[in-house]
Design a protein around this ligand. Sequence first.
Ligand code: AGP
Length: 369
Amino acid sequence: DSIEKGGYEHFMLKEIFEQPRSILDSMRGRLELESGHLNMAGFRAYEQKFVNAHRIIIVACGTSWHAGLVAEYLIEDLARIPVEVEYASEFRYRNPVISERDIVIAISQSGETADTLAALELAKSKGATIFGICNVVGSSIARATDAGAYTHAGPEIGVASTKAFTAQVTVLALLAMCIGQRRGTLSDTKLRELMVELHSIPTKVEKALKLDAEIQRISETFKDVPNFLYLGRGYNFPVALEGALKLKEISYIHAEGYPAAEMKHGPIALIDENMPVVVIATRDSSYEKVVSNIQEVKARKGRIIAVVTEGDTTIPAMAEFVVEVPYTSEVLVPLVSVIPLQLLSYHIAVMRGCNVDQPRNLAKSVTVE
Ligand code: AGP
């Protein structure tokens, strides 16, 4: 067991620390910086369909659904195709409107999630083109699709998904870049910039992992609280959802992820001096707005833990705790900003004596409805 964990105390921690490598593996052979080429066999198989698609519908559950939300931002930004992200369990029972000009992308680490598989089969029966993004090679969802892309993150044992999420986002970023290039919605210069940026992500993740000891100290302060709120905007909104899900799953602390601007429509009522609020506030187009959201939390005495870009001089004056991650382009920021949140949930769960790798009531893959 301890050999399998590679010297780490838990599989989850091992998998968190594997991310520089697993992200690299998920882009290996697909992103060729020297020649400036993107090679995705799955994309090539459906190239024309992607170019002509009216709409892309993403179906998934849990963390994979969060990766799908990131893809909504990516594909709409870079490829200008409307995207809808659906919980597979709702989609399959909703009598959804699907046409032959739609592409349905199913995202699943295990490739065995019953609801995602059923949603895919439904879309297929209605004539949509289906595309799978799975981690487990030869899994049911991978076999049910005609084309797709494996994430190549390696086996994920911890029930809480970590490296599968970042591998999914990497593959989805590559896919959005391929579609954008082919549809002419992404200029050569911008594409080149993004390729360089994506290539640098493993190094930036490596740097973000150095926050481990600092996050362990922060976890000590919050390990006994009953509630947490996570806020983010834009590309960091799905990251807020993912941070909250991680904490719920393994520490059993109630946590909610919210788009920061939605806070004033309800959750702000929860904020008092006992409420920890994790705000993902990296340097991007919504930075100023997130700073105002932090002020709103501070005015109500909420305890702010902020994830900021290195060198930020504004937020440290407002937050109780600040963790700095390396700067990266806005469209790729989830790959870096999620790292401290994974570590936070891990350390809090360990301090609470929880079974991190096999949390109560949860299975690694949900093969029943
Ligand atoms: C993530 O931490 C969860 N354990 C869970 O939400 C998971 O992402 C979900 O069940 C989907 O699984 P899949 O990716 O294997 O389809």
